[in-house]
Design a protein around this ligand. Structure first.
Ligand SMILES: [Zn+2]
Ligand SMILES: [Zn+2]
Length: 340
């Protein structure tokens, strides 16, 4: 397998981000990312301006954040803009019709800048057919307890406020996974918002790119031909061959969750016929928890571990480092014959 790490969910000057594309590319290179996914609100202007593709060793993919009043959805791999002036079901349908990928952005995101709480949550959970969830939104994790009275604390020590995916989102994700694949990704929602009077930039791009990353695993190596490589990256995301790493704590590259015989990889669905040995690797020893159907199965402190999946279920791994959330893998879905 080949592994590439990237930052997903980035805003530029084409919507409400502060950075131009060259500045974002520069910062992503400094942070040594392999790919970035630009998702400006309701626009594919960066693609129209021909920024999509390789820039040195960095692959820029252009999607959009379809931002409606009933929630936001990241659309990747779509050819044309999707209207945000329609009910959420129409947004998901339009992305699907274009064979694109749809990730519900900051599914339970809300914050209180001053008096009134701003709700950026997805409103309609009766809808199905989306590819997955932005399980962990770095920006909304940071901003959930934000108040302007505590601005400096938040600004100066952002890592203190990072607690991992919203528990409601996590619970919902586990529920969705029971019936069909629901791919989890991490998003930074980078804006590099500037406060000119006080001279602050909240989360400059480079700083953000060193935090939460989505690592994709591909069967084929990138060839530096964007028209081949972008579909390879999108296919990995579509299949859930990816994990979320809070690389700020320690680089999560080389994390694996797979069957011992390597025929099953995180994200794969398989009909359970007999017990299967699964294995997990993380780069350094951490608190690992095996989760089955949303419930902890076992916990241990290790950098590798093997266990037997004795019964059908949705198996995934969480790792904590220094008592902070660090890694969330996509599940291996072992479906009972009756379900499939
Ligand atoms: Zn949003
Ligand atoms: Zn956004």
């Amino acid at each position: 397998m080949f592994e590439y790490s990237g930052a997903i969910h980035i805003h530029s000057k084409y919507s409400d981000g502060s950075g131009s594309i060259p500045c974002i590319l520069e910062d992503a290179k400094k942070a040594e990312l392999d790919f970035i996914t630009l998702t400006d609100h309701n626009t594919l202007s960066a693609r129209v301006a021909r920024w999509e593709g390789w820039h040195g060793n960095l692959l820029l993919m252009v999607g959009e954040e379809v931002s409606s009043r009933k929630g936001h959805c990241l659309a990747l791999g779509t050819k044309q803009r999707v209207s945000h002036r329609q009910p959420p079901a129409g947004i998901i349908d339009d992305i699907q019709i274009q064979d694109g990928l749809s990730f519900i952005a900051h599914p339970h995101g809300s914050y209180r800048p001053l008096i009134k709480r701003k709700n950026h949550a997805w409103r309609d959970w009766t809808i199905t057919g989306f590819t997955g969830l932005e399980l962990w939104s770095y920006m909304f994790d940071w901003i959930k307890d934000f108040h302007y009275l505590r601005f400096y604390q938040h600004y100066r020590y952002p890592e203190r406020f990072i607690e991992g995916p919203n528990p409601q989102t996590l619970q919902l994700w586990d529920q969705f996974c029971q019936t069909s694949r629901c791919v989890a990704i991490g998003g930074v929602d980078a804006h590099a918002r500037k406060y000119p009077i006080v001279g602050f930039t909240v989360f400059p791009y480079e700083q953000t790119f060193r935090t939460l990353r989505t690592h994709i695993l591909t069967h084929e190596a990138f060839s530096k031909n964007a028209s081949k490589d972008i579909p390879i990256a999108l296919q990995s995301l579509r299949q859930g061959h990816c994990f979320i790493g809070y690389d700020f704590l320690h680089n999560t590259t080389h994390t694996r969750f797979q069957s011992v015989d390597k025929t099953l990889l995180m994200g794969d669905e398989h009909v359970f016929e007999h017990p299967i040995e699964l294995e997990i690797y993380v780069p350094i020893s951490a608190d690992l928890t095996v989760i089955k159907d949303g419930q902890p199965l076992e916990s241990l402190f290790a950098s590798k571990h093997r266990f037997e999946a004795k019964t059908p279920g949705v198996y995934r791994i969480e790792a904590r480092l220094q008592n902070k959330p660090w890694i969330y893998t996509n599940p291996i879905y072992l479906r009972s014959g009756a379900q499939t």
